[in-house]
Design a protein around this ligand. Structure first.
Ligand code: PMP
Length: 361
């Protein structure tokens, strides 16, 4: 019989568990569990997606020149240093696959994105987890975890599910400390929400040839369902990553929608302003209820309760009110819930539901 034992490391991968899409037994739910844009994609992206249906018989571009040019123009960066993938997930995968292998170590943080250890194991490498300090990435802890087997370091910035940010000078200190030792992946999936002074790692990738900045169309652009992301790095790294990329990894519809979306910065600005307004409002409401909540630099809040039982009770009460949020015990926060900042009506529903639940105790 054929030996079905896979390559070493694969059976140590814990399957990625996505958030629920619905509340069991209910047809309708206010979904605030996946950090999606409550307003969806902009009109320009939707129109481009619809128009792409006329080209479905044609193979898509293999070099993504149109999308990369648009990204280059909008962000003021060299399009030759941009690589596009099936979500930023795929770009993260290219980096891990290219630079880490059996016997190597990949550093990630305890509260970082749960895909990183999966990617490390899939490459045959060993994930090494480093604790944050007070929910903020600890640069010294990362630097002391580096060994001569470390090849890749993942930084989620702003963090998910913490919502916190590592200040730019600390990010530079991390990059400097890793120079000549490991690739630093600056995962900026939420960077558009961070506000002034944060460029999602693009300046960092310009300053350091060992930095890869990754970005996504899934969050502020409202295109999570289409799966498009990109990375920005030195030409040398991008050349390596492109060798791993399947020629037609992005479809005609993905490319068309993403290009229109990136050129429609008015939609991004509007969504950013709405998010900032409602984020401030909801943070105030949550704190007034006596719950823990750091300032968020993202489109979600990490709401901390007294203990795990209190978090589970609040989760149940929210579900009872038709609101689906994310439990984040798997990210090291059994006592917290991650709540996407929705539109005004959605934020009011969350605040009312939590107030009713806590007042009723
Ligand atoms: N990085 C972080 C920190 C995320 O939260 C996510 C989405 N869950 C991703 C990357 C991946 O995003 P996508 O593949 O949709 O671009």
């Amino acid at each position: 019989m054929t030996d079905l034992t896979p390559q070493p490391g694969i059976m140590e991968i814990a399957l990625y568990v996505g958030g629920e899409a619905k509340i069991a037994g209910r047809d309708e739910a206010l979904k605030l569990s996946a950090n999606e844009n409550p307003f969806g994609a902009g009109d320009a992206a939707r129109a481009a997606f619809a128009a792409a249906s006329r080209e479905l018989h044609r193979y898509p571009s293999t070099d993504h020149a149109g999308l990369r040019a648009a990204i280059g123009e909008v962000h003021g960066i060299d399009p030759a240093r941009v690589i596009c993938g099936v979500g930023s997930d795929e770009v993260l995968q290219f980096v891990t696959q290219a630079y880490a292998g059996p016997g190597d170590e990949v550093i990630l943080t305890r509260h970082g994105f749960s895909l990183y250890p999966i990617l490390a194991r899939a490459a045959g490498a060993t994930p090494v987890s480093v604790d944050e300090r007070e929910r903020v990435v600890d640069v010294d802890a990362i630097l002391s975890a580096v060994t001569d087997r470390t090849r890749v370091v993942f930084l989620t910035n702003p963090g998910n599910p913490t919502g916190t940010v590592l200040p730019p000078d600390e990010v530079v200190r991390l990059a400097e400390g890793l120079a000549g030792r490991a690739i630093l992946v600056h995962d900026g999936a939420y960077s558009e929400f961070a506000g002034d002074g944060f460029d999602g790692g693009l300046g960092l990738a310009d300053a350091f040839p060992h930095v890869v900045a990754t970005r996504t169309f899934s969050k502020i652009y409202g295109l999570g369902g289409l799966r498009i992301g990109w990375g920005y790095a030195s030409r040398a790294i991008v050349d390596v990553l492109n060798r791993l990329r399947q020629p037609f990894n992005l479809s005609t519809a993905q490319l068309a929608a993403a290009e229109a979306a990136v050129r429609d910065q008015a939609w991004v600005e509007w969504c950013r302003a709405e998010n900032a307004k409602m984020r401030t409002w909801l943070t105030g409401k949550v704190r007034a209820l006596g719950l823990g909540c750091d300032d968020s630099y993202t489109n979600f809040l990490l709401v901390r309760f007294a203990d795990e039982a209190a978090a589970l009770a609040a989760d149940a009460a929210l579900r009872e009110d038709g609101i689906l949020v994310r439990r984040v015990a798997g990210y090291g926060f059994p006592q917290a819930l991650r709540v996407t900042v929705g539109d005004e009506v959605g934020c009011h529903r969350v605040a009312d539901s939590l107030a009713r639940h806590l007042g009723a105790k």
